[in-house]
Design a protein around this ligand. Structure first.
Ligand SMILES: Nc1ncnc2c1ncn2[C@@H]1O[C@H](COP(=O)(O)OP(=O)(O)O)[C@@H](O)[C@H]1O
Ligand SMILES: [Mg+2]
Length: 382
């Protein structure tokens, strides 16, 4: 199966999986591969490993799209951009976008209740990821977006997180609060009736009148934003379900990450999201040339024997033999776990790919390209 062809038909890749498996690496390698194919690729990342971020020039990136210098890769005809998710400030920018007027925007931004809520949402990377995704997708500067997701088991909920705001703003909930909540009426007391009036009086005792004034204003102005949030939520959901969107599940050959991958495969199917494939990353591989232990050790014995005391050479060769046996056992265990991951993806219609653990870390464009070559080598159907 040709993954380069898959990528050509894809405009959005969402990488999911548990932490530490190589999700960010995979997202970056996919973006780079896109740039090599002439695409204008944007990788929206959460937590790039420090060395990778540094060598890509992302250290002072601060939440703005940053173009990565591909001068070292003259064969890259496209562009590679990256952006680190900076959840602070995103919510204010969002309010500025959906507020019907500059006055409404300023009133909301200055509102104490809003500030408390914005702080709560700012801690939620998942929510901000979808907001950014919406912005990047509507921008038009990029024709390939790769989204790295937070390393949490419930990462798929991030997809629906704009829905949380929509639900919060749902007209029924709001009207329950706002209907009896014209200030005069509340404080005049005459029109207070029913549960909400009681609740507000109670809140007033607890938090004081100033809080209630802020809360009233917040609800009134915020309720006007409902349509804006709903439209964004709908647009993101449509984007995630589009045929040109692909979810790539990444895991490593560990029991826990394979279990998380299985969970994601099931959830993606249940939620009906388009599945691109499953990548098992960091598999220990014994190269074919090294697989013949007797040959390798015989050669080592001859080479070492020429320079060293026979007893020293024998000790070193024995040690090499144990290391070789360990690597082979590790490789077998890794492949068994990979097979388990693969079984979970069976029949999904996507691809299945294995990426070996490469020497050293993946910390620069050159090693990312190596990961890309493995990733975009001939893949199997899941
Ligand atoms: N195929 C690989 N071979 C060797 N090291 C890898 C490979 N994939 C990822 N790594 C390394 O593993 C570490 C975790 O990778 P990262 O992509 O940050 O994981 P995640 O985003 O899933 O937490 C990094 O140091 C990275 O360089
Ligand atoms: Mg990561």
């Amino acid at each position: 199966m040709d993954l380069s062809a898959w990528l050509k038909d894809t405009r959005l890749v969402v990488c999911v999986g548990s932490g530490g498996v190589g999700k960010t690496t995979t997202a970056a390698a996919i973006g780079l591969w896109g740039a090599l194919q002439g695409r204008r690729a944007m990788v929206l990342t959460i937590d790039p490993a420090k060395r990778l971020a540094n060598s890509l020039g992302l250290e002072q990136m601060g939440g703005e799209p940053t173009q990565i210098d591909l001068a070292g890769l003259p064969e890259a005809t496209g562009e590679l951009w990256a952006m680190m998710l900076d959840s602070r400030g995103t919510f204010d920018a969002l309010i500025a976008q959906v507020a019907p007027s500059p006055e409404a925007r300023d009133r909301i931004l200055a509102n104490h209740v809003y500030r408390a809520m914005a702080d709560a949402f700012a801690g939620s990377q998942d929510y901000m990821a979808t907001e950014k995704l919406y912005d990047l997708a509507s921008d038009g500067r990029w024709d390939l977006l790769v989204l790295d997701t937070p390393p949490v088991q419930n990462a798929l909920d991030f997809l629906e997180s704009p829905g949380r705001v929509v639900k919060f703003l749902d007209e029924r909930v709001l009207s329950w609060f706002t209907a009896p909540y014209e200030k005069e009426r509340v404080w005049g007391g005459a029109f207070l009736a029913g549960t909400s009036a009681f609740l507000f009086r109670l809140l007033g005792y607890v938090f004081g009148k100033e809080f209630l004034d802020d809360f009233a204003e917040f609800l009134q102005v915020f309720s006007g934003l409902y349509d804006g949030f709903r439209q964004r939520h709908q647009a993101v959901m449509e984007l995630l379900d589009a045929r040109s969107t692909s979810f790539v599940t990444v895991c490593a050959p560990t029991v826990s990450s394979v279990e998380v991958a299985r969970f994601f495969q099931e959830e993606l199917a249940r939620r009906g999201h388009p599945r691109g494939g499953l990548v098992v990353n960091q598999i220990h591989r014994v190269e074919a040339a090294d697989d013949d232990a007797d040959g390798v050790l015989g050669e080592a014995a001859r080479t070492l024997g020429a320079d060293l005391q026979p007893a020293t050479a024998a000790r070193l060769v024995a040690r090499l033999g144990r290391a070789h046996a360990r690597l082979r056992a590790q490789s077998e265990a890794d492949h068994a776990l990979a097979a388990r991951a693969r079984a979970a993806a069976h029949g999904s219609g996507g691809f299945y790919q294995e990426v070996p653990r490469i020497e050293g870390e993946v910390h620069d464009l050159a090693s990312l390209e190596v990961v890309g070559q493995h990733l975009f080598g001939d893949a199997e159907e899941a």
